[in-house]
Design a protein around this ligand. Structure first.
Ligand code: ADE
Length: 256
């Protein structure tokens, strides 16, 4: 039986989208994951939902135990990960409320455990490949379903993940634009890298909530703005996840 993990980001701490819900706690060699898993079904498919920042949003970005989260997802037998994240837009054409199907990341985090590789065992050098870290099939399914739902979305985009919890300075924000980043957040890069290391196909639905601070026509981003815009648009993210999971099952990519 295959299973989909949803990692819910800010604003999606406790989505009531599951049928036949049970709560499952998982321990890992890396410690406890951010929350228990809410396990249940969407359209007949087994789904396990983890809350990245804890159900009460008490875990700041730098202290999210990404290794425990991804390890626990593998331990639970999940075969795919769909993550959600709020992000700031670094491009005028990515408006508030738009969804971006991320296809690349730049890791600008500094203090996080971003690999399971701690030593080279038996002389085996282990340098995980990371050229295309977001799963193509999952992204295609998200794109098709976003089209069908008539959502405002972008087929691809590079996310830069910063350490946080502070937002960027204007100089940083401008630099990230020059580097080619399209959106900015505080979660995706290490999480996605770790999923790749454990060979779990991973895709992320990034909801644009603000223009960070490069856009001098706007007031710099605040956390209240991020949450307000996310909450206004969360129904789109939930509909997209539900329809995508159902369509993956129809394609035979997951068994219900
Ligand atoms: N999450 C949402 N908006 C953000 C921004 N502007 N910078 C970093 N993380 C974010």
């Amino acid at each position: 039986m295959k299973k989909i993990a949803i990692i819910g980001g800010s604003g999606l701490e406790d989505p009531a989208i599951l049928k036949e819900v049970t709560e499952v706690n998982v321990e890992t060699p890396y410690g406890a994951p951010s929350s228990s898993f809410k396990c249940g079904k969407i359209g007949g498919v087994e789904v396990a939902i983890l809350s990245r920042h804890g159900r009460d949003h008490s875990i700041p970005p730098s202290t999210v135990n990404n290794r425990a989260n991804i390890w626990a997802i593998k331990e639970l037998g999940c075969t795919h990960i769909l993550a959600t994240t709020a992000c700031g837009s670094l491009r005028l054409e990515i408006g508030r409320g738009d969804i971006v199907m991320l296809d690349q990341f730049i890791d600008f985090t500094r203090f996080r455990k971003n690999s399971f590789v701690e030593e080279f065992e038996d002389g085996q050098l282990n340098h995980p490949a990371m050229a295309d870290p977001f799963n193509w099939h999952l992204r295609q399914a998200l794109i098709e379903n976003a089209k069908a739902l008539d959502l405002g979305f972008h087929k691809s985009g590079t996310v830069i993940t910063i350490e946080g919890p502070r937002f960027s300075t204007r100089a940083e924000s401008n630099m990230f634009r020059v580097w080619g980043a399209d959106v900015i957040n505080m979660s995706t890069a290490p999480e996605c890298a770790l999923a790749n290391e454990l060979e779990i196909p991973y895709a992320a639905v990034a909801l644009s909530t603000d223009y960070d601070c490069w856009n001098v026509d706007e007031a710099p981003v605040t956390w209240e703005e991020v949450l307000n815009v996310f909450n206004e648009n969360v129904k789109h993210v939930i509909a997209l996840l539900q329809n995508t999971i159902t369509s993956l099952q129809k394609q035979g990519r997951v068994n219900g």
